[in-house]
Write a protein that binds this ligand. Structure first.
Ligand SMILES: Nc1nc2c(c(=O)[nH]1)N=C([C@H](O)[C@H](O)COP(=O)(O)OP(=O)(O)OP(=O)(O)O)CN2
Ligand SMILES: [Zn+2]
Length: 129
């Protein structure tokens, strides 16, 4: 069984020398697997995940939401890939059943994104549509 949830956050970033500081709405999809609860049938309680998401989004720029990703030393250069790996680390530490993080930026129909499954050798595919 794979269970997923999505969330968005608005943040600024730059990827020098290719882009200066600008903002996006980032869309994140978290997919969970592993042993399921015998009663509820789920590998993870999304209620717990949603509470944690609010925590990592933070308030007033203290987290991902409405922040400048460039200022977070744990991310490094705020490319799609580095932000995706950062989200992976945040969530995997709290929910070991995390199996995949997909991060997208831009508007539907012209989005770019990548997928990370915890293995640097895994193909992170660009979703330039
Ligand atoms: N594999 C990747 N390649 C590149 C990335 C990346 O994250 N992964 N990022 C960039 C630059 O950010 C890119 O040149 C600028 O694109 P974007 O961040 O989307 O900024 P835009 O000005 O294009 O914003 P839009 O909203 O998409 O118009 C380069 N390569
Ligand atoms: Zn950008």
């Amino acid at each position: 069984m794979k269970t997923y949830c999505e969330f968005t956050f608005d943040a600024a970033h730059s990827v020098a020398p290719y882009s200066g500081l600008h903002g996006h709405t980032f869309i994140v999809k978290l997919t969970f697997g592993g042993p399921v609860d015998e009663v509820y049938g789920w590998p993870v309680n999304l209620y717990d995940v949603e509470n944690y998401i609010e925590e990592i989004k933070g308030k007033h720029g203290s987290g991902l939401d409405h922040g400048n990703l460039d200022l977070n030393p744990a991310i490094g250069v705020a490319s799609l890939e580095n932000v995706t790996k950062y989200v992976w680390k945040l969530v995997k530490d709290r929910f070991p059943g995390l199996e995949e993080v997909e991060l997208k930026r831009g508007m539907s129909g012209s989005q770019e994104g990548c997928i990370y499954r915890g293995d640097d050798g895994a193909a992170g595919r660009s979703l330039a549509a």
